[in-house]
Design a protein around this ligand. Sequence first.
Ligand code: IPM
Ligand code: MG
Length: 371
Amino acid sequence: MAAFKVLLLPGDGIGPEVMAQARNVIAWLEKAGVAKFELDEDLVGGGAYEAHGKAISEAAMDKALAADAVLFGAVGGPKWDKVPYDVRPEAGLLRLRKDLVLFANLRPAICYPALADASSLKRELVDGLDIVIVRELTGGVYFGEPKTITDLGNGQKRAVDTQVYDTYEIERIARVAFELARTRRNKVTSMEKRNVMKTGVLWNEVVTQVHAREYKDVELEHQLADAGGMQLVRNPKQFDVIVTDNLFGDMLSDVAAMLTGSLGMLPSASLGEVDAKTKKRRALYEPVHGSAPDIAGKGLANPIAMIGSLSMALRYSFGLSQAADMIEQAISNVLAKGLRTADIAAGAKAVGTGEMGEAIVAELDTLAARA
Ligand code: IPM
Ligand code: MG
């Protein structure tokens, strides 16, 4: 059995705690004979800054480039609020995305029936929700140049961020969205601000063209991103796949997270282009939640988004979709049995990170024995 090379980057805050639970699931997969993994681990974010003076070392970047997949925890925290902008913890994550060309970020928002009451929306609006936000991840205002703050010399400063998209960037993310929709309910909603932004005009035009040329069988709808945000909380089940740019995707995916009950539930996959020769693609898997410094080190964090991210790695990088299904089933069963971490407890008794992780592994044992 070939071993998959996986680089673990637990990062800061609750990152290491939730990563420890993903490690336990990896150990279970090996024990169950599902796959073999060659694990390596390194620093990213504030931890890397402390050790190397930058948010990720060149050695860690080399490991990431050589890995079959990167599993990422979280970065950042108030401790590093004052460090220079270029080496702030988030720069490590952004460099990984950029240098690995992980342009397609898939953020599925699934509301498990057992959690519908943990959402801030009414149960009937979110119960059974299953949507995916496809966020463009290597372009737009995150990376556009110039990106500066200039002193105007008259007591004023001017800050500039640049939103920029080329045709090819919109085409490739649109294709990811259409392909994904074909495996689901066959509907794509594209969101931009063509009423005020040139990038929105081009985005709309290119998505429309890709659709007409290659994906006529998929239903395509366009919404202005602000109206789309409203629809996401008014009637989220109208969506299947939402495709949008880097910044709108960042915001809309946090909104979508709350539909599922908690940010602690949302996994994500960041994918590169499939290599024509090797058929492999670079990939990084990370929970959508951040480092949650307020609860870090207390064993309270919800490990489900991290374990769900591992499950996405099995599906999108390792061709182990049965094992991925099993992990998702284990998560669902554990929730159905009433186990809750504090973020999804809605007042009921909560368990810690370790207990939730162990319960999921125990459920995997049960499911495997039945299979
Ligand atoms: C996310 C995060 C990141 C982003 C931060 C940590 C740089 O919010 O992945 O959604 O803005 O992309
Ligand atoms: Mg975000």
